[in-house]
Design a protein around this ligand. Structure first.
Ligand code: SF4
Length: 482
């Protein structure tokens, strides 16, 4: 009998093997537990790709001309919610039955689901299907939700036995220990008064050895690509950000741990195209330099992209070293071309410093992509025009906008806590639909976004991702939102 089967339900990205699943599995294996991995999300996406265009429209859950596989894309994510979810899942009955057959085969004591905002409802549906065939298996959910914000009322206590908030490795170990001695009842005793279990953030990340994907069918993912994580948390305090709440204070793996991880990915799996998943890869520039030197010394032939922030310690020399060590592209959290807005966001850098870093990165032949947030509270038309001016003047040092998004008023961010002082009125429907008493409405923000899209088209700046499609889709269904 296996101790644990970890799975993922749609809709989640399918490019790289899932990091969180690998981290949980790698850690509990070192503690002596046996683990099976079964990525239902990727299997369903592969099945959807085989269907192609016809079918989805006739089944009534996607617009005409939209292929079933596009249900994983931003504008259509709400098909994974009732009332369309049930019709959609009928399309994937074979994959759901395969998961249940896998459970019969490996007989896990515990099944763990990784959940995120978009896959929560589908996960609960799959959990119900499993509970219908087994009242022996302990079913647990875990993911980046703070305990106070998790929609606990959605959980059916007869189906789900525990929910692990945020980092889960040690809590999972604890649950497995109880399940292996006292079965499902022992886990339910643990959560009798509170279904939500928390753990303090891991202080010594190296207690998690270099991640492995043993037992996962890697043929479902894009060849050659993988995520790499070298640190957790973030030392900064941008006022719009919620990530740092979910991921805790900044902690990092040792250089040796990261190099061992790269060795596994490149030499054992042949995955040399890496996306570094750290919130702020250059949070500690000295460590970043040591890691780049380690990659060069070990002769790893890798290409990598990473998310960074603007800071003056990321010098031209460091960027050159990063390029030599395989850096292909940097996603830079710029957010605005206005110093006034950057101050309000508490970004901790100036537009001049951002220009400097972009130009140094470009000179080092690194692809530069920036994130932009449009209509942050207090952004006036003149500030928006400063962002347009930034794009015009940095055209030669800027390759793309990685994410173009209107500002979302997110619970648990610092802006959220100051919303009354700032004169912000949250919307009941969507985080993007808030209004400012100063006239900062969704319509204003969408106009500014369109202005940026037009400017980028004129300047030849690529836009990789934008939240416009998702918002327009929501507005079509609920025009009153605007
Ligand atoms: S936006 Fe990035 S740099 Fe700022 S607090 Fe969040 S994770 Fe850290």
């Amino acid at each position: 009998m296996t101790n644990l089967l970890l799975t993922l339900c749609p809709p989640l990205p399918v490019v790289c093997p899932p990091l969180a699943m690998a981290s949980l599995a790698t850690y509990v294996r070192t503690r002596g537990y046996s683990v099976s991995l079964y990525d239902l999300n990727t299997r369903m996406a592969a099945s959807a790709s085989r269907v192609g265009l016809p079918g989805s429209f006739e089944l009534g859950f996607l617009p005409r001309g939209v292929a079933l596989r596009e249900a994983w894309d931003d504008p259509y994510l709400d098909v994974w919610l009732p009332p369309r979810l049930h019709r959609l899942l009928q399309h994937f009955e074979a994959e759901i039955v395969s998961l249940i057959q896998e459970l019969h085969r490996v007989q896990p004591a515990v099944v763990g689901f990784s959940i995120y905002r978009h896959n929560l409802v589908c996960t609960l549906e799959i959990a119900r299907r499993i509970r219908a065939v087994s009242d022996r298996i302990t079913l647990i959910l875990g993911g980046p939700f703070l305990p106070g914000e998790f929609p606990i009322e959605m959980l059916d206590r007869e189906v789900v036995d525990a929910f692990v908030a945020c980092e889960g490795e040690q809590r999972l170990e604890h649950i497995l220990a109880r399940a292996s001695t006292g079965g499902r009842e022992a886990v339910r005793e643990l959560t009798a008064t509170n279904l939500i279990l928390e753990q303090a953030p891991f202080q010594d990340l190296d207690k998690i050895p270099p991640l492995r994907y043993d037992g996962l069918d890697l043929s479902f993912y894009e060849p050659g690509k993988a995520h790499l994580i070298t640190s957790r948390g973030c030392p900064h305090r941008c006022s719009f950000c919620t990530d740092r709440h979910y991921h805790g204070p900044f902690r990092s793996h040792s250089i040796n741990n990261v190099l061992a991880q790269i060795q596994y990915l490149t030499e054992e799996l042949g995955r040399t195209n890496l996306v570094i998943y750290d919130l702020t890869f250059n949070a500690n520039p000295k460590r970043l330099a040591a890691l780049c030197q380690g990659i060069l010394d070990r002769g790893f032939q890798v290409s990598w992209d990473a998310l960074v922030r603007v800071n003056t310690a990321t010098t031209a020399e460091l960027l050159t070293l990063m390029k030599k060590a395989g850096c292909h592209a940097l996603m830079i959290g710029l957010e605005s071309g206005s110093d006034t807005v950057l101050r309000r966001m508490n970004k901790g850098f100036t537009v001049a410093e951002a220009r400097h870093m972009l130009r140094d990165a470009k000179r080092a032949r690194i692809e530069t992509r920036i994130n932009l947030i449009v209509g942050f509270p207090g952004e006036e038309e003149s500030h928006h025009l400063e962002t347009i001016h930034f794009l015009e003047t940095e055209r030669s040092s800027l390759d793309a906008i990685c994410v173009l998004s209107t500002y979302h008023l997110m619970p648990n961010s610092e802006v959220w806590h100051s919303r009354e002082t700032l004169g912000l009125l949250p919307a009941k429907t969507h985080t993007f639909a808030w209004e400012g008493k100063d006239g900062n409405t969704l319509a204003v923000r969408l106009d500014r976004c369109e202005h940026i899209v037009g400017a980028c088209m004129k300047l030849g700046i690529r836009i990789d991702n934008s939240s416009l499609g998702l918002i327009r889709n929501a507005l079509e269904k609920e025009p009153s939102t605007s």
